[in-house]
Design a protein around this ligand. Sequence first.
Ligand SMILES: CC(C)(COP(=O)(O)OP(=O)(O)OC[C@H]1O[C@@H](n2cnc3c(N)ncnc32)[C@H](O)[C@@H]1OP(=O)(O)O)[C@@H](O)C(=O)NCCC(=O)NCCS
Length: 253
Amino acid sequence: MMAKLKARKPKRPERPAPPIRAHELVRGVRLAPGWRLRLAGVGELDRAAELLALAHLRLDADVAATIRAGAHAEVLLAGLRDGKQALLYPIAEAAAAGDPNLAIVKMAALLVAVDRDDQIGGIVMTVPPGTVFAELYSKGFLPSHALLGLTLATKIQGLAVDPAARGSGLGARMLAQAWRLHHQLGAMVVYGQFPIRSGLAAYYAATPFEVLPERYGIMLEPILGRQAGIAPSAGEQIFARWSQSAFRAIDHV
Ligand SMILES: CC(C)(COP(=O)(O)OP(=O)(O)OC[C@H]1O[C@@H](n2cnc3c(N)ncnc32)[C@H](O)[C@@H]1OP(=O)(O)O)[C@@H](O)C(=O)NCCC(=O)NCCS
């Protein structure tokens, strides 16, 4: 059964932010007074893993290896440097090499919130939605087209703030910057999920993200032109933000 949600009252519009430049993502985008958000460095992977564990997540070994190899978020940095169409070159290369993972791992961003002393107080990790790739591929999309689909949706894989740094809205500010980054790079939807009845529905609903009703997923057909979607994992609920209301299409999964 298909059920469309009613139009939602828009939240207070935010001021348009200037584009993020590649060097800012490396050195730090202003987050809050005394805080910057930047790509985690090679020497920070243990600390990053410690924070991800607060959200019951493990740091993906392929992403960690990519960071150690000096290729952290290389695809995203190319997009910030040369415009979102530049995302397509490494994607096309990976597709031509028959190894989509070559591009997928370089689209992950492990972003850390650092204070004036460069101490990490929070983390937000964004990844291309691998399940979307797998679904498109299984439905007969060419690997290059399936990879292209990955640029249109971004998953917030993890969000955590060190208990000592909580209470001043760092998490919401990291979410806002994650949205800004991927919106700039062409994502139509940025989404994540949290455990049902964890209390986090109220947390995400207070941000510009929308909390979908339990068991609701995101239909990507209006974006991709083929039936494909993002369903919540068992026991999880989705929060999402769309770049254009025209693409906001939610159906019961
Ligand atoms: C969720 C989290 C990132 C929020 O940290 P933060 O940005 O510093 O948030 P704040 O402490 O400023 O809290 C903002 C508001 O959300 C509420 N809140 C925070 N975490 C909450 C939770 N787990 N459940 C319900 N409410 C929560 C706070 O009570 C606060 O409400 P108030 O403004 O009325 O006082 C942090 O609590 C955390 O790292 N939790 C563990 C990891 C986690 O659960 N991550 C999300 C996984 S999907």
